[in-house]
Design a protein around this ligand. Sequence first.
Ligand SMILES: C[S@@+](CC[C@H](N)C(=O)[O-])C[C@H]1O[C@@H](n2cnc3c(N)ncnc32)[C@H](O)[C@@H]1O
Length: 327
Amino acid sequence: MNQVTFAKIQEQFAQDVYKGLTDSPKHLASKYIYDEKGDLLFEEIMNLQEYYLTSCELDILKIHKAQITDLFLQNTRSLNLVELGAGNGKKTRIILEELQHRDANFHYVPIDISDNALRRLQNSLSEEFPGLKVKPKQGTYFNKLKTITSSTSTKNVILFLGSNIGNLPHKKAIEFLAQLAREMHQNDMIFLGCDQKKNPQTILDAYNDPYGKTEAFNKNLLQRINKELHANFNLDNFLHWEAYNPETGTAKSFLVSKIAQRVRIESLDLEISFAPWETIHTEISQKYDDALIAELAKSAGLRIENQFSDRKEYFKNYVLMKTTPAK
Ligand SMILES: C[S@@+](CC[C@H](N)C(=O)[O-])C[C@H]1O[C@@H](n2cnc3c(N)ncnc32)[C@H](O)[C@@H]1O
Protein backbone atom coordinates (compact mmCIF):
# COMPACT_ATOMS: atom_id res chain seq x y z
CA MET A 1 0.00 0.00 0.00
CA ASN A 2 1.43 3.40 -0.88
CA GLN A 3 1.81 6.23 1.66
CA VAL A 4 -1.12 8.27 0.27
CA THR A 5 -3.57 5.34 0.43
CA PHE A 6 -2.41 4.50 3.95
CA ALA A 7 -2.82 8.12 5.09
CA LYS A 8 -6.33 8.28 3.59
CA ILE A 9 -7.44 5.08 5.35
CA GLN A 10 -5.98 6.33 8.65
CA GLU A 11 -7.76 9.66 8.29
CA GLN A 12 -11.11 7.95 7.61
CA PHE A 13 -10.51 5.63 10.58
CA ALA A 14 -9.82 8.62 12.86
CA GLN A 15 -12.92 10.46 11.63
CA ASP A 16 -15.18 7.42 12.06
CA VAL A 17 -13.85 6.71 15.56
CA TYR A 18 -14.44 10.33 16.56
CA LYS A 19 -17.97 10.30 15.16
CA GLY A 20 -18.87 6.90 16.65
CA LEU A 21 -17.60 7.52 20.16
CA THR A 22 -19.09 11.01 20.49
CA ASP A 23 -22.49 9.79 19.25
CA SER A 24 -25.26 8.53 21.51
CA PRO A 25 -25.54 5.56 21.71
CA LYS A 26 -21.87 4.95 20.90
CA HIS A 27 -20.90 2.82 17.90
CA LEU A 28 -17.84 1.70 15.91
CA ALA A 29 -17.71 0.10 12.43
CA SER A 30 -16.81 -3.59 12.34
CA LYS A 31 -14.75 -3.18 9.15
CA TYR A 32 -12.03 -1.66 11.38
CA ILE A 33 -11.61 -4.92 13.30
CA TYR A 34 -9.56 -6.27 10.40
CA ASP A 35 -5.90 -5.41 10.88
CA GLU A 36 -3.14 -8.05 11.07
CA LYS A 37 -4.37 -9.32 14.43
CA GLY A 38 -8.07 -9.07 13.46
CA ASP A 39 -7.44 -11.09 10.27
CA LEU A 40 -5.77 -13.86 12.30
CA LEU A 41 -8.52 -13.90 14.93
CA PHE A 42 -11.17 -14.16 12.22
CA GLU A 43 -9.33 -17.13 10.72
CA GLU A 44 -9.41 -18.82 14.13
CA ILE A 45 -13.13 -18.06 14.46
CA MET A 46 -13.80 -19.60 11.03
CA ASN A 47 -12.28 -22.85 12.32
CA LEU A 48 -14.51 -23.00 15.40
CA GLN A 49 -17.31 -25.53 15.36
CA GLU A 50 -19.68 -22.91 16.85
CA TYR A 51 -19.07 -20.60 13.87
CA TYR A 52 -21.06 -22.85 11.50
CA LEU A 53 -21.19 -20.23 8.71
CA THR A 54 -17.84 -21.22 7.19
CA SER A 55 -18.37 -24.99 7.20
CA CYS A 56 -21.90 -24.60 5.80
CA GLU A 57 -20.80 -22.36 2.93
CA LEU A 58 -17.90 -24.74 2.25
CA ASP A 59 -20.44 -27.57 2.16
CA ILE A 60 -22.50 -25.69 -0.45
CA LEU A 61 -19.47 -25.06 -2.64
CA LYS A 62 -18.25 -28.64 -2.42
CA ILE A 63 -21.65 -30.20 -3.18
CA HIS A 64 -22.73 -27.80 -5.92
CA LYS A 65 -19.43 -26.67 -7.47
CA ALA A 66 -20.21 -28.12 -10.90
CA GLN A 67 -23.63 -26.48 -11.13
CA ILE A 68 -22.31 -23.20 -9.72
CA THR A 69 -19.44 -22.94 -12.20
CA ASP A 70 -21.83 -23.96 -15.02
CA LEU A 71 -23.80 -20.82 -14.16
CA PHE A 72 -20.67 -18.69 -13.96
CA LEU A 73 -19.58 -19.89 -17.40
CA GLN A 74 -23.05 -19.55 -18.91
CA ASN A 75 -22.82 -17.63 -22.22
CA THR A 76 -19.05 -17.15 -21.93
CA ARG A 77 -15.66 -18.87 -21.90
CA SER A 78 -13.87 -16.09 -20.05
CA LEU A 79 -14.66 -14.17 -16.90
CA ASN A 80 -13.46 -11.97 -14.07
CA LEU A 81 -14.08 -13.63 -10.73
CA VAL A 82 -14.22 -10.57 -8.47
CA GLU A 83 -14.38 -11.17 -4.72
CA LEU A 84 -15.48 -8.43 -2.33
CA GLY A 85 -13.79 -8.77 1.09
CA ALA A 86 -11.82 -11.86 0.06
CA GLY A 87 -10.07 -12.42 3.42
CA ASN A 88 -8.05 -15.63 3.25
CA GLY A 89 -10.09 -16.98 0.31
CA LYS A 90 -10.58 -20.28 2.12
CA LYS A 91 -13.87 -21.09 0.39
CA THR A 92 -13.05 -19.46 -2.93
CA ARG A 93 -10.32 -22.04 -3.51
CA ILE A 94 -13.01 -24.62 -4.34
CA ILE A 95 -14.33 -22.43 -7.15
CA LEU A 96 -10.83 -21.58 -8.37
CA GLU A 97 -9.98 -25.27 -8.51
CA GLU A 98 -13.16 -26.12 -10.40
CA LEU A 99 -12.65 -23.31 -12.93
CA GLN A 100 -9.04 -24.39 -13.52
CA HIS A 101 -10.19 -27.99 -13.85
CA ARG A 102 -12.55 -26.84 -16.61
CA ASP A 103 -9.78 -24.92 -18.34
CA ALA A 104 -11.78 -21.70 -18.06
CA ASN A 105 -10.11 -18.46 -19.10
CA PHE A 106 -10.47 -16.27 -16.01
CA HIS A 107 -8.84 -13.72 -13.71
CA TYR A 108 -9.34 -13.85 -9.96
CA VAL A 109 -9.68 -10.29 -8.59
CA PRO A 110 -9.78 -10.25 -4.78
CA ILE A 111 -10.70 -6.86 -3.27
CA ASP A 112 -10.00 -6.23 0.40
CA ILE A 113 -9.48 -3.26 2.68
CA SER A 114 -6.78 -5.26 4.47
CA ASP A 115 -3.42 -5.06 2.75
CA ASN A 116 -2.16 -7.81 5.01
CA ALA A 117 -4.99 -10.20 4.07
CA LEU A 118 -4.38 -9.62 0.35
CA ARG A 119 -0.64 -10.19 0.62
CA ARG A 120 -1.11 -13.46 2.48
CA LEU A 121 -3.80 -14.55 0.03
CA GLN A 122 -1.64 -13.86 -3.00
CA ASN A 123 1.34 -15.70 -1.50
CA SER A 124 -0.67 -18.79 -0.64
CA LEU A 125 -2.44 -18.84 -4.04
CA SER A 126 0.80 -18.64 -6.00
CA GLU A 127 1.97 -21.78 -4.20
CA GLU A 128 -1.32 -23.68 -4.46
CA PHE A 129 -2.44 -22.56 -7.92
CA PRO A 130 0.59 -21.95 -10.11
CA GLY A 131 -0.50 -20.21 -13.32
CA LEU A 132 -3.60 -18.67 -11.75
CA LYS A 133 -4.06 -15.08 -12.91
CA VAL A 134 -4.56 -13.05 -9.70
CA LYS A 135 -5.09 -9.28 -9.70
CA PRO A 136 -5.45 -8.18 -6.07
CA LYS A 137 -6.98 -4.75 -5.41
CA GLN A 138 -6.49 -3.12 -2.04
CA GLY A 139 -9.26 -0.71 -1.05
CA THR A 140 -12.94 -0.48 -0.30
CA TYR A 141 -15.48 -2.47 -2.29
CA PHE A 142 -16.91 0.14 -4.64
CA ASN A 143 -13.82 2.24 -5.26
CA LYS A 144 -12.17 -0.87 -6.64
CA LEU A 145 -15.19 -2.51 -8.29
CA LYS A 146 -15.82 0.60 -10.40
CA THR A 147 -12.34 0.36 -11.94
CA ILE A 148 -12.97 -3.26 -12.97
CA THR A 149 -16.47 -3.11 -14.44
CA SER A 150 -15.88 0.13 -16.31
CA SER A 151 -12.75 -1.13 -18.04
CA THR A 152 -13.91 -4.46 -19.41
CA SER A 153 -16.67 -6.12 -21.39
CA THR A 154 -15.67 -9.53 -19.97
CA LYS A 155 -18.36 -11.16 -17.84
CA ASN A 156 -17.94 -10.31 -14.14
CA VAL A 157 -19.01 -12.72 -11.41
CA ILE A 158 -18.99 -10.88 -8.11
CA LEU A 159 -18.53 -13.09 -5.04
CA PHE A 160 -19.72 -11.70 -1.73
CA LEU A 161 -19.34 -14.64 0.64
CA GLY A 162 -19.49 -15.32 4.37
CA SER A 163 -22.80 -13.45 4.80
CA ASN A 164 -20.81 -10.19 4.79
CA ILE A 165 -23.98 -8.54 3.45
CA GLY A 166 -25.42 -9.20 6.92
CA ASN A 167 -23.13 -6.51 8.35
CA LEU A 168 -25.42 -3.97 6.70
CA PRO A 169 -28.88 -2.93 7.92
CA HIS A 170 -31.58 -3.54 5.26
CA LYS A 171 -31.61 0.00 3.86
CA LYS A 172 -27.83 -0.01 3.44
CA ALA A 173 -27.91 -3.59 2.04
CA ILE A 174 -30.39 -2.45 -0.64
CA GLU A 175 -28.22 0.58 -1.45
CA PHE A 176 -25.19 -1.73 -1.62
CA LEU A 177 -26.91 -4.21 -3.96
CA ALA A 178 -28.36 -1.38 -6.07
CA GLN A 179 -24.87 0.09 -6.44
CA LEU A 180 -23.57 -3.33 -7.49
CA ALA A 181 -26.44 -3.58 -10.00
CA ARG A 182 -25.49 -0.19 -11.46
CA GLU A 183 -21.88 -1.35 -11.91
CA MET A 184 -22.94 -4.65 -13.54
CA HIS A 185 -23.40 -5.45 -17.20
CA GLN A 186 -26.53 -7.41 -18.16
CA ASN A 187 -24.73 -10.78 -18.23
CA ASP A 188 -22.84 -10.25 -14.92
CA MET A 189 -23.76 -12.12 -11.74
CA ILE A 190 -23.55 -11.74 -7.98
CA PHE A 191 -22.92 -14.88 -5.91
CA LEU A 192 -24.18 -13.87 -2.48
CA GLY A 193 -23.67 -15.86 0.74
CA CYS A 194 -26.52 -15.34 3.23
CA ASP A 195 -26.81 -16.89 6.68
CA GLN A 196 -30.34 -18.13 7.29
CA LYS A 197 -32.70 -17.71 10.26
CA LYS A 198 -32.51 -20.77 12.51
CA ASN A 199 -32.61 -21.83 16.16
CA PRO A 200 -31.69 -18.59 17.99
CA GLN A 201 -29.36 -20.48 20.33
CA THR A 202 -27.27 -21.77 17.39
CA ILE A 203 -26.90 -18.17 16.20
CA LEU A 204 -25.99 -16.82 19.64
CA ASP A 205 -23.38 -19.57 20.12
CA ALA A 206 -21.73 -18.63 16.80
CA TYR A 207 -20.95 -15.14 18.10
CA ASN A 208 -20.22 -16.02 21.71
CA ASP A 209 -17.71 -18.87 21.73
CA PRO A 210 -16.49 -20.19 25.09
CA TYR A 211 -12.80 -19.82 24.12
CA GLY A 212 -12.91 -16.00 24.04
CA LYS A 213 -12.00 -15.73 20.33
CA THR A 214 -15.05 -13.63 19.39
CA GLU A 215 -14.51 -11.48 22.46
CA ALA A 216 -10.87 -10.85 21.45
CA PHE A 217 -12.01 -10.16 17.87
CA ASN A 218 -14.57 -7.58 19.01
CA LYS A 219 -12.11 -5.98 21.44
CA ASN A 220 -9.53 -5.69 18.67
CA LEU A 221 -11.37 -2.50 17.71
CA LEU A 222 -10.30 -0.93 21.01
CA GLN A 223 -6.80 -2.34 20.68
CA ARG A 224 -6.51 -0.80 17.23
CA ILE A 225 -7.63 2.59 18.56
CA ASN A 226 -5.03 2.25 21.33
CA LYS A 227 -2.29 1.39 18.86
CA GLU A 228 -3.08 3.67 15.93
CA LEU A 229 -4.73 6.65 17.62
CA HIS A 230 -2.74 6.48 20.88
CA ALA A 231 -5.63 5.79 23.25
CA ASN A 232 -5.66 4.17 26.67
CA PHE A 233 -8.62 1.77 26.58
CA ASN A 234 -8.24 -0.91 29.26
CA LEU A 235 -9.70 -3.98 27.50
CA ASP A 236 -10.47 -5.69 30.81
CA ASN A 237 -12.93 -2.92 31.62
CA PHE A 238 -15.19 -3.99 28.73
CA LEU A 239 -17.12 -7.16 28.07
CA HIS A 240 -18.26 -8.65 24.78
CA TRP A 241 -22.04 -9.05 24.52
CA GLU A 242 -24.10 -10.68 21.78
CA ALA A 243 -27.87 -10.30 21.36
CA TYR A 244 -30.12 -11.96 18.78
CA ASN A 245 -33.67 -10.91 17.99
CA PRO A 246 -35.44 -13.86 16.30
CA GLU A 247 -38.30 -11.59 15.23
CA THR A 248 -36.12 -9.37 13.02
CA GLY A 249 -33.31 -11.91 12.46
CA THR A 250 -30.72 -9.36 13.62
CA ALA A 251 -27.71 -10.36 15.76
CA LYS A 252 -25.86 -7.45 17.34
CA SER A 253 -22.42 -7.32 18.97
CA PHE A 254 -21.60 -4.85 21.70
CA LEU A 255 -18.72 -3.86 23.92
CA VAL A 256 -20.10 -2.98 27.35
CA SER A 257 -18.29 -0.78 29.85
CA LYS A 258 -18.18 -2.63 33.20
CA ILE A 259 -17.47 0.54 35.17
CA ALA A 260 -17.66 4.33 35.02
CA GLN A 261 -14.48 5.31 33.19
CA ARG A 262 -12.78 7.96 31.10
CA VAL A 263 -10.65 7.11 28.07
CA ARG A 264 -8.20 9.47 26.38
CA ILE A 265 -7.57 9.28 22.61
CA GLU A 266 -4.42 11.30 22.15
CA SER A 267 -4.45 11.62 18.33
CA LEU A 268 -8.01 12.95 18.38
CA ASP A 269 -7.38 15.17 21.42
CA LEU A 270 -10.53 13.59 22.81
CA GLU A 271 -11.60 12.33 26.21
CA ILE A 272 -14.62 10.04 26.33
CA SER A 273 -16.57 9.08 29.40
CA PHE A 274 -18.46 5.87 29.86
CA ALA A 275 -21.25 5.33 32.38
CA PRO A 276 -21.32 1.88 34.01
CA TRP A 277 -22.86 -0.62 31.53
CA GLU A 278 -22.84 1.87 28.68
CA THR A 279 -22.54 0.17 25.29
CA ILE A 280 -20.56 0.53 22.07
CA HIS A 281 -22.43 -1.15 19.22
CA THR A 282 -19.83 -2.77 16.97
CA GLU A 283 -21.45 -5.15 14.49
CA ILE A 284 -24.71 -6.42 13.09
CA SER A 285 -25.01 -9.89 11.56
CA GLN A 286 -28.39 -10.11 9.85
CA LYS A 287 -30.01 -13.51 9.27
CA TYR A 288 -32.23 -14.07 6.24
CA ASP A 289 -34.92 -16.18 4.60
CA ASP A 290 -35.91 -16.47 0.93
CA ALA A 291 -38.68 -13.87 1.19
CA LEU A 292 -36.31 -11.30 2.69
CA ILE A 293 -33.63 -11.87 0.03
CA ALA A 294 -36.24 -11.68 -2.75
CA GLU A 295 -37.44 -8.35 -1.31
CA LEU A 296 -33.91 -6.89 -0.98
CA ALA A 297 -32.98 -8.07 -4.48
CA LYS A 298 -36.15 -6.66 -6.05
CA SER A 299 -35.67 -3.28 -4.36
CA ALA A 300 -32.13 -3.19 -5.75
CA GLY A 301 -33.14 -3.99 -9.36
CA LEU A 302 -31.97 -7.61 -9.15
CA ARG A 303 -33.60 -11.02 -9.42
CA ILE A 304 -32.75 -14.42 -7.97
CA GLU A 305 -31.49 -16.60 -10.83
CA ASN A 306 -30.71 -19.62 -8.65
CA GLN A 307 -29.93 -20.64 -5.08
CA PHE A 308 -27.94 -23.34 -3.29
CA SER A 309 -28.23 -24.63 0.25
CA ASP A 310 -26.05 -26.74 2.57
CA ARG A 311 -27.24 -30.07 3.95
CA LYS A 312 -28.41 -28.56 7.25
CA GLU A 313 -30.15 -25.66 5.46
CA TYR A 314 -28.32 -23.21 7.72
CA PHE A 315 -26.84 -21.13 4.90
CA LYS A 316 -27.66 -20.25 1.30
CA ASN A 317 -25.82 -18.81 -1.69
CA TYR A 318 -28.00 -16.87 -4.11
CA VAL A 319 -27.12 -16.10 -7.73
CA LEU A 320 -28.45 -12.63 -8.51
CA MET A 321 -28.70 -10.97 -11.91
CA LYS A 322 -29.96 -7.62 -13.09
CA THR A 323 -33.69 -7.41 -13.65
CA THR A 324 -34.24 -7.38 -17.40
CA PRO A 325 -35.16 -3.82 -18.38
CA ALA A 326 -38.74 -3.45 -19.66
CA LYS A 327 -38.89 -3.37 -23.48
C1 LIG B 1 -15.68 -11.52 7.61
S1 LIG B 1 -14.28 -11.45 6.56
C2 LIG B 1 -14.87 -12.55 5.35
C3 LIG B 1 -13.84 -13.08 4.43
C4 LIG B 1 -14.37 -13.97 3.34
N1 LIG B 1 -15.27 -13.25 2.42
C5 LIG B 1 -15.08 -15.17 3.88
O1 LIG B 1 -16.26 -15.33 3.64
O2 LIG B 1 -14.43 -15.96 4.56
C6 LIG B 1 -14.49 -9.87 5.86
C7 LIG B 1 -13.36 -9.40 4.96
O3 LIG B 1 -13.82 -8.22 4.28
C8 LIG B 1 -12.87 -7.17 4.40
N2 LIG B 1 -13.64 -5.92 4.43
C9 LIG B 1 -14.51 -5.51 5.38
N3 LIG B 1 -15.08 -4.34 5.03
C10 LIG B 1 -14.55 -4.00 3.81
C11 LIG B 1 -14.76 -2.91 2.90
N4 LIG B 1 -15.63 -1.93 3.17
N5 LIG B 1 -14.07 -2.89 1.74
C12 LIG B 1 -13.20 -3.88 1.44
N6 LIG B 1 -12.97 -4.94 2.25
C13 LIG B 1 -13.64 -5.01 3.42
C14 LIG B 1 -12.09 -7.48 5.66
O4 LIG B 1 -10.78 -6.95 5.62
C15 LIG B 1 -12.10 -9.01 5.70
O5 LIG B 1 -10.98 -9.58 5.06
